[in-house]
Design a protein around this ligand. Structure first.
Ligand SMILES: C[S@@+](CC[C@H](N)C(=O)[O-])C[C@H]1O[C@@H](n2cnc3c(N)ncnc32)[C@H](O)[C@@H]1O
Length: 284
């Protein structure tokens, strides 16, 4: 926990005590607790935004955020917190489709599952959740009760965008053109709307990975490009929640730059695409 920002009092250096004042403000106003993020990462990006906006102190920057609602969004973008797109790291989705989906379908066909349940944790504006729906639908055909995808995030605005399901051309830079044509409708303003035959599999809800109860009875959890923002102690909390959330032998997929420490909880299925399997409770 020594990396957590509130611990800063004991080792104040440079402008960090001043920068830390942003944390309670953002928490109160936007419900996002930046204290969970790695200190160096957070402060580096904060300094960069303050420099960009000509703010010398955190109080000036807070005033700036109050006066200009877009400034907070820009700050989050600087942290890359909301950045995502369809089939991000396409080779991971390919490996998942090749290795994991056939096994899940086999279990379902054998009557072990009625419905395959997938959690897109920290889904931002929903592209990952819809990508998974497309992948499962391609593999399983059209049967609305065969699988369910739940996308969660702490950012309500991102979840609202996810529920709206309208995306920009740039969101499809790793998407197969055939899938784009098949599952999206091009609107008059050149945006793409997710078709209802995909939308019916996906729902979104708010969930804070650190403070809220995890979802339950999951066969798959995708949690990518968010763990990097957390220190080790917070990551441990999240991995324990994911362990509780998964059915025995369920799968966990993290991002390429992220590492799972808990070898007793998760074993690697495919190292290069960071696909892991829960170590079943009776074997742990
Ligand atoms: C970079 S996006 C990742 C989106 C997607 N998983 C991907 O890999 O493209 C990170 C998301 O994590 C969310 N997030 C940050 N802290 C969180 C927390 N404590 N609980 C849930 N979501 C969180 C942010 O709101 C943001 O939407």
């Amino acid at each position: 926990m020594e990396d957590r920002v509130p611990g800063i009092k004991s080792r104040v250096k440079g402008d960090e005590a001043d920068l830390a004042k942003i944390i309670p403000f953002v928490n109160q106003r936007y419900g996002i607790d930046l204290a969970y993020y790695r200190q160096n990462f957070l402060f580096r990006h904060l300094r960069s935004r303050m420099q960009e906006t000509g703010c010398a102190t955190s109080l000036e920057y807070i005033a700036r955020m109050k006066a200009d609602p877009d400034e907070f969004k820009l700050f989050l973008e600087t942290l890359s917190i909301n950045v995502t797109h369809f089939f991000r790291d396409a080779e991971v989705f390919k490996a998942f489709g090749r290795i994991v989906i056939p096994e899940l379908v086999k279990r379902k066909d054998a009557g072990e599952r009625n419905c395959i349940r997938i959690w897109s944790a920290a889904c931002a504006s929903g592209q990952e959740a819809y990508s998974l729906a497309i992948l499962f639908k391609e593999a399983m055909g059209d049967n609305p009760s065969s699988f369910r995808i739940i996308g969660t995030d702490i950012d309500q605005e991102a979840l609202d965008r996810a529920a709206k399901g309208v995306y920009d051309q740039r969101d499809f830079r790793e998407t197969d053109k055939k899938l784009l044509d098949k599952y999206f409708t091009l609107e008059y303003n050149k945006e793409y709307r997710v078709n209802d035959d995909i939308r019916q599999y996906v729902r979104f809800e708010k969930n804070n990975l650190i403070t809220d109860e995890p979802l339950r009875h999951m066969d798959v959890i995708f949690c990518r490009n968010v763990l990097i923002y957390f220190n080790r102690a917070q990551q441990d909390i999240i991995f324990s929640k994911f362990y509780a959330a998964l059915n025995n032998t369920g799968f966990l997929v993290v991002a390429k730059v992220e590492t799972i420490w808990e070898k007793d909880k998760f074993e690697s299925v495919d190292l290069s695409s960071k696909i892991y399997r829960k170590v079943a409770q009776n074997a742990a």
